[in-house]
Design a protein around this ligand. Structure first.
Ligand SMILES: O=C[C@H](O)[C@H](O)[C@H](O)COP(=O)(O)O
Length: 224
């Protein structure tokens, strides 16, 4: 199976994961990216079985609405039973790097409001150690150079993602050459830099279950 087929397989598995829990009041938390898009497309068939969704990006909100799925403001919903999203990297503890599509901050907020985080990913995303994928950091624009200098002190090679403006009106710095031994400590350390909105390490709040698409089928994994 190619990578697209593996993404389709995990999207289908995520539908099976949430379908038994849907009722007419259910609001789902929905992620961003090519894997989450496949889940959204499959969710369209079930749109009469639940109330709607909270989206982690304008792009996902638009896609949900296109399928006739109502999109709610997070502030009017509170908690959601599930957050379903992809990842750029995921380790055995189900800590992740996210934000390749610049949606990390809203993703982290919706994930924080979720009872269960269901990560959907193809096997290329599974790593032993996080960091081969450049770690995204969302910064307020006037703090970009200062934050970059602080990231160098932490051992990263920061590169401004030119031309990208997040849904929150901010900018992204990608941290290259930055292998991460302790994701929880590094997540907190980067977030403590003045001017950082958040970073793409999802370790304090990792996933609760990983649906991993492999050539042998979809594996359902819990945190080690
Ligand atoms: O900002 C983007 C998100 O964190 C995505 O979930 C992540 O980049 C994975 O995207 P994809 O499913 O397209 O590989």
């Amino acid at each position: 199976m190619n990578q697209d087929e593996l993404k389709d397989a995990v999207a289908a598995a995520a539908i099976d994961e949430v379908r038994p829990h849907l009722h007419r009041d259910t609001v789902l938390g929905i992620g961003t990216g090519s894997t989450a898009n496949r889940f959204i497309d499959r969710l369209a068939e079930l749109r009469h079985d639940f109330a709607g969704a909270v989206a982690s990006s304008e792009a996902s909100a638009e896609r949900l609405r296109t399928h006739g799925i109502e999109v709610f403001e997070l502030n009017s919903v509170g908690t959601v039973p599930f957050y379903i999203d992809g990842a750029d990297e995921v380790n055995a503890h189900l800590h992740m790097i996210k934000g390749g599509g610049a949606a990390l901050t809203r993703e982290k907020v919706v994930a924080a409001c979720a009872e269960r985080f269901v990560c959907i990913a193809d096997a290329t995303k599974r790593v032993e150690r996080l960091g081969a994928f450049p770690l995204p950091v969302e910064v307020i624009p006037m703090a970009r150079s200062y934050v970059a200098r602080e990231l160098v002190k932490l051992g990263a090679d920061p590169v401004y993602r030119e031309g990208v403006v997040t849904d929150n009106g901010n900018q992204i710095i990608d941290c290259y050459d930055f292998m991460i031994d302790d994701p929880q400590a590094m997540e907190a350390r980067i977030n403590a830099i003045v001017g950082v909105v958040t970073n793409g390490l999802f370790a304090a709040r990792g996933a609760d279950v990983l649906l991993l698409g492999t050539a042998q089928g979809v594996e359902r994994l819990s945190p080690a």
